[in-house]
Design a protein around this ligand. Structure first.
Ligand code: UDP
Ligand code: MG
Length: 320
């Protein structure tokens, strides 16, 4: 077997003082086991990112780092949000690791799936996504809203793995490629499939939080969904344009009707001109708005400074 890879497990933590003692113990035991089985290299680390927590999360992380060489800690100056905390962790891990796994601090995602992740990695996958086989432990509300969201995203043309969380493995080259995306508004679940590397999925059953409560209240969930749509899809703008065209077409039909009424003398004075202007102007305004929106959408995508290509391999001979 070739050398085992150096694995970094990145864990974003926001007010997780209750979960961390349990989480750290379990994840450390898992890494020890994987090192013993020569699945990962002894230099593998668990990197915890404190996302500007208000409780004692950082004290817990700092304590772990001081007493245990397997842990690394990053503290963000303010609450930057789940995605940004993850990004911070990935940025720190990238130069040091062969592959990286991100997992939530509450261990709702089964850590034993990591064996499957690493097996897929050894078999050549650059991206391994954890997929929840059931959402039995989620509330009915969370389940239906989440499923509706995935459906909507797919309809808007965003490629997303159904029921995938932010529990995934990235090889160092996939990680490097992902980190080269220049956008500030990001939605990792939609961005990772854009990388295009060889991808595998591993199924697992999602459990309950080990401790504490969800850091995603409804407000954040809605924000997360809007972020997902607006950061990846320009389609909503196109719908405005379409509505405008429809409106204008209806306006023409309305115009014909109005003219007929006018000539038949069945309309009161002033009605015809008012009706015509309402429909035609309304339609034209919507089309114009949609058109401006199209350009703004283009500008938006430009400002993301995404890489134009992602290199998978480059075969060449420097001697020649
Ligand atoms: N999280 C974070 N910053 C935030 C909110 C959440 O780093 O502003 C972390 C949190 O500590 C956890 C992960 O993101 O590790 C997922 O949050 P949670 O488990 O509360 O979400 P849920 O499973 O309820 O969707
Ligand atoms: Mg959770």
């Amino acid at each position: 077997m070739n050398n085992p890879p150096v694995l970094y497990i990145v864990i974003p933590c926001y007010n997780e003082e209750e979960a961390l003692p349990i989480t750290s113990k379990r994840v450390a035991a898992l890494t020890d086991d994987m090192i013993a089985k020569r699945i990962i290299a002894p230099g593998s680390r668990i990197l915890m990112v404190d996302d500007g927590s208000k409780d004692r999360t950082w004290e817990v992380i700092a304590g772990l780092c001081r007493s245990d060489a397997r842990f690394e800690g990053v503290k963000l100056a303010h609450n930057a949000g789940h995605m940004n905390a993850l990004w911070a962790g990935m940025t720190m891990a990238e130069p040091k690791c062969d592959c990286m796994i991100s997992i939530d601090a509450d261990l709702q995602d089964d850590i034993n799936a990591m064996y499957g992740f690493l097996e897929a990695y050894q078999n050549g996958a650059d991206v391994v996504t954890g997929v929840r086989s059931s959402r039995a432990t989620d509330t009915f509300f969370k389940r239906t809203t989440a499923q509706g969201f995935y459906r909507l995203m797919n309809r808007l043309g965003v490629e997303m793995v159904y029921n995938a969380a932010d529990y995934r493995l990235l090889s160092s080259r996939a990680l490097k490629a992902l980190l080269s995306f220049g956008e500030v508004n990001m939605f990792l679940r939609g961005m990772v499939p854009m990388l295009g590397f060889k991808t595998a999925t591993v199924e697992y059953a999602r459990g309950e939080r080990v401790a504490g409560e969800s850091k995603y209240p409804l407000k954040k969930m809605v924000g997360f969904a809007i972020e997902g749509i607006t950061s990846l899809s320009n389609k909503p703008i196109r719908y405005v344009t379409l509505a405008g065209v429809l409106c204008a077409l209806l306006g023409v039909a309305m115009g014909v009707y109005v003219l007929i009424s006018l000539f038949k003398g069945t309309s009161v004075a002033g009605w015809a001109s008012t009706m015509m202007s309402i429909w035609l102007l309304g339609g034209m305004q919507l089309v114009a708005l949609g058109l401006i929106g199209e350009y703004i959408g283009k500008i938006y995508m430009e400002t993301k400074r995404r890489p134009k290509f992602i290199l998978e391999e480059y075969l060449h001979d420097d001697e020649r």
